[in-house]
Design a protein around this ligand. Structure first.
Ligand code: ATP
Length: 241
């Protein structure tokens, strides 16, 4: 089990996260839901080891991994889909997804995963992962690479950002695939309809955990309360996207 225990994070004298406690059990899917600036990406970065919390611990199977960096955590099976997808000039989609042939993936699986993320194998497998692909296409390729990795934990930071109208269905298929291969998903989003697709949810606002539980309940709470409290006094309902 992956846990955040009493995580606090301060930057330039400003408190960004306050005493965050979260548990991510294997075999379940989770979302971290909250408005812009709530601290969701910072939580993802703390989980991944990109930022070191000012206080508290990150635990994996009760082992303190707070001091481990991104590479060390990736070795333990914690991986992240970045908000901004990377480019790899001169490498084809197929080479990228199989790490140049190092990862043994048969063609059927490669085809299945590419099609799952909405990219037909015949059209994309031999394209280069460079600027000729759109941001949305690169994001889909990164998602495919995470699906093929079969890591213990996959943190998806705004997986729908930069994707078009089909994103909702895509996320559903992606969650189903991760479930099938045994990867526990932690999905960061400010869209309640995306959060509703996971089993459990955490609602954060202004760096604090305000509600946790079954996703449907948390989403209902979010819809009823977000924008109406003192924490986000300046955010009105009409400003939410
Ligand atoms: N390097 C930094 N220096 C100062 N403040 C920062 C820094 N990084 C993040 N913050 C602030 O911390 C808060 C939380 O940011 P974070 O990116 O975690 O929010 P978020 O919930 O992921 O938002 P969004 O949905 O807009 O991506 C924001 O108010 C942001 O401005």
């Amino acid at each position: 089990m992956l846990c955040l225990r009493d995580i606090t994070y301060e930057r330039n004298g400003r408190r960004i996260l306050s005493e965050i406690n979260m548990k991510f059990q294997e075999g379940m899917s989770y979302s971290i839901l909250g408005p812009n600036g709530a601290g969701k990406s910072t939580i993802a970065q703390v989980l991944m080891g990109v930022v070191k919390p000012t206080g508290g611990e990150v635990l994996l199977d009760e082992r303190d991994i707070t001091g481990l960096n991104v590479t060390e955590r990736a070795r333990l099976g914690i991986t992240l889909l970045w908000q901004e997808p990377a480019r790899y000039d001169g490498i084809t989609v197929k080479e990228y997804l199989t790490l140049g042939g190092k990862v043994k993936v048969d063609k059927n699986e490669l085809k299945e995963v590419l099609e799952l993320v909405g990219l037909p194998y015949e059209l994309y497998a031999h394209r280069f992962v460079d600027k000729s692909l759109s941001g949305g296409e690169r994001k889909r390729i990164e998602l495919a690479s995470l699906l093929l990795l079969r890591s213990r934990y996959a943190i998806l930071d705004e997986p729908d950002s930069g994707l078009d109208i089909t994103a909702g269905e895509l996320i559903e298929n992606v969650l189903e695939y991760f479930r099938k291969v045994g990867t526990t998903v932690i999905l960061i989003t400010h869209h309640e309809e995306i959060a509703a697709k996971t089993d459990f949810a955490y609602f954060v606002c202004a760096g604090r955990l305000l509600k946790k539980g079954f996703s449907r309940e948390v989403v209902d709470y979010y819809k009823k309360t977000c924008g109406r409290c003192f924490l986000t006094g300046m955010v009105g309902d009409d400003d939410k996207d």
